[in-house]
Design a protein around this ligand. Structure first.
Ligand code: CO
Length: 180
């Protein structure tokens, strides 16, 4: 089921999400709905707080064609490719890399953000089993972006003062015009 997405500057996006303690049907329903919601909006990742639930759960599904090159408009994101991370913790991070990021809670805004190039992350899957993953490509960026949501942060907070000012001004204008 597609849920409503919490849009910036909604205060819920500032909440620090709580640890998941029970890996039950409600969690599975939430994760399934997050997948439906992400697909409906053509996203590549979503944190639970973006559908208004402040628990430490996120999903990432990198479209298949994205790995093969530019210019591909149509991409596939089969559900079985979804990485579901519960209570994720970054245990290693090194290097730096700039990538262009966007966010379903800040639709239509894309900006370069600098993050660690390589991360190693410990997390639990939906069954409560501990997993470890590492990456030094787009997945590493997505993981860091989504984990920031669990800490109540959005990517535009990483922009320079000037870019942030410009963003806020344009965002207010879009809101006034009813574009958001
Ligand atoms: Co986001």
């Amino acid at each position: 089921m597609v849920r409503e997405i919490v849009v910036y500057p909604d205060k819920r996006l500032k909440l620090i999400s709580k640890e998941v303690v029970t890996f039950d049907g409600a969690l599975h329903d939430l994760l399934d709905d997050m997948y439906d919601t992400m697909r409906a909006r053509n996203g590549v990742g979503l944190a639970a707080i973006q559908v208004g639930i402040d628990v430490r759960a996120l999903i990432i599904n990198i479209p298949l064609e994205l790995e093969y090159g530019e210019g591909v408009e149509h991409t596939d994101q089969p559900k079985e490719n979804t990485i579901e991370m519960i209570n994720p913790v970054i245990i290693e991070a090194d290097g730096t890399e700039k990538f262009q990021e966007g966010c379903l809670s800040i639709p239509g805004v894309y900006e370069d953000v600098e993050r660690a190039k390589h991360v190693k992350v410990e997390y639990f899957n939906r069954e409560g089993e501990k997993q470890i993953i590492e990456d030094d490509d787009f997945l590493a960026v997505a993981i860091q972006h989504e984990i920031d949501h669990l800490e109540g942060k959005v990517f535009i907070e990483k922009l320079s003062y000037t870019k942030r000012k410009k963003f806020e001004k344009e965002w207010k204008r879009k809101q006034k015009e009813g574009l958001i």
